[in-house]
Design a protein around this ligand. Structure first.
Ligand code: AMP
Length: 329
């Protein structure tokens, strides 16, 4: 079974975009691959979060992904900082990465621009930590978005270089795993772009029906269809895309026909859309509540995940130490 690895950023809560764009695909993947899902709390240190927020945000994201259906019996779900072995590999990989190439990584340049007073070495070596995350499990596939492609290139370079330097064929080159077959881009409620935390245009998985309905009813619309079978402007297309994602095909067709014959009333469409989104989210929300309330169980799951991840990482590390010329543990 091929190994897949995916990192989750511990920032805030999951929204509908995260669910349809990532979590739902992870749930399918865990039946087909040997999956490692980890919460990237070390990566988050580049912005110096407060200690009290670190644990809280890791637990929140863990509970929410579990509520989406990630099953700790099928996949290994762990918190990055629970697996210290990663750091040893990170050190070895850093020895083979060069300042020039790390400085050329677009995500580094962007971050350096955003936080000019805090261009720390961790920011610079973010790609080697990511490479260590991946290579420690000798993962073959990594689901990543466009913004991570350059980091993936670095991970492949790290694997190749290690193999070349030591004349071995040890690390496989991890490939980008396109989620496009199963994932969808979820638009926001403000009529532009995609649903995202920073845009205040999203519906969170923890939200109650009333709050969700209020948000959907407020979604941006226009003056309505002006001529039969006209093209939908972006704000309206977004509502239809949301309907395509959350409602049944018949419901979508019903409102699409109403658009085409100019009898569509946005109020009716939004009411239906809100009800369908609520129906999608309600069971997840209830599971989030249940899982979050049992912190002991959550800790048990995190510990179990860490044990499995450490075992896998240590297996790799023993070989790496032997190859480099160090004593094995
Ligand atoms: P983020 O919340 O930005 O850390 O994203 C976590 C994961 O959710 C990534 O794999 C994204 O590709 C996915 N994601 C975030 N927002 C959306 C969206 N609006 N539509 C589809 N996927 C999304």
């Amino acid at each position: 079974m091929e190994t897949v690895l995916s990192g989750m950023r511990p920032t805030g809560n999951l929204h509908l975009g995260n669910y349809f764009g990532a979590a739902r695909s992870f749930v399918k993947m865990q039946d087909e691959y040997n999956c490692y899902f980890f919460i990237a709390d070390w990566h988050s240190l580049t912005t110096h979060p407060k200690p009290e927020d670190i644990q809280k945000s890791a637990r929140t994201i863990l509970a929410e992904y579990l509520a989406c259906g990630i099953d700790p019996d099928k996949a290994t779900i762990y918190i990055q900082s629970d697996v210290p072995e990663t750091l040893e590999l990170y050190l070895y990989l850093n020895m083979n990465c060069y300042l020039g190439e790390l400085e050329r990584v677009t995500t580094f340049k962007e971050k350096a621009r955003k936080q000019p007073d805090n261009v720390n070495a961790g920011l610079l070596t973010y790609p080697t930590l990511m490479a260590a995350d991946i290579l420690q499990h000798r993962a073959l596939k990594v689901p990543v978005g466009k913004d991570q492609e350059q980091n993936m290139e670095m991970a492949r370079k790290c694997a190749r270089r290690f193999n070349n330097i030591y004349g071995v064929d040890f690390f496989p080159e991890p490939q980008n795993f396109s989620l496009s077959a199963t994932a969808v881009k979820v638009p926001g409620l403000d009529g532009t772009g995609k649903m995202g935390k920073s845009d205040g245009n999203c519906i969170y998985l923890y939200e109650e029906d009333k709050a969700i309905t209020k948000k959907v009813m407020r979604a941006v619309t226009d003056e309505g269809p002006q001529s039969p079978n006209s093209e939908k402007p972006e704000v309206i297309q977004n509502l239809f895309t949301l309907m395509q994602i959350a409602s049944t095909e018949d419901t979508y067709k019903y409102f699409d026909e109403k658009w085409n014959d100019c009898t569509l009333r946005y109020g009716d469409m939004k009411k239906q859309l809100a009800a369908d989104i609520c129906a999608t989210i309600a069971p997840i929300r209830e599971r989030i509540k249940e899982i979050s309330s049992d912190t002991e169980k959550l800790d048990r799951i995190a510990r179990l995940g860490a044990e499995k991840a450490r075992e896998s990482s240590l297996r790799t590390l023993q070989e790496v130490r032997r190859i480099i010329g160090f004593r094995t543990y």
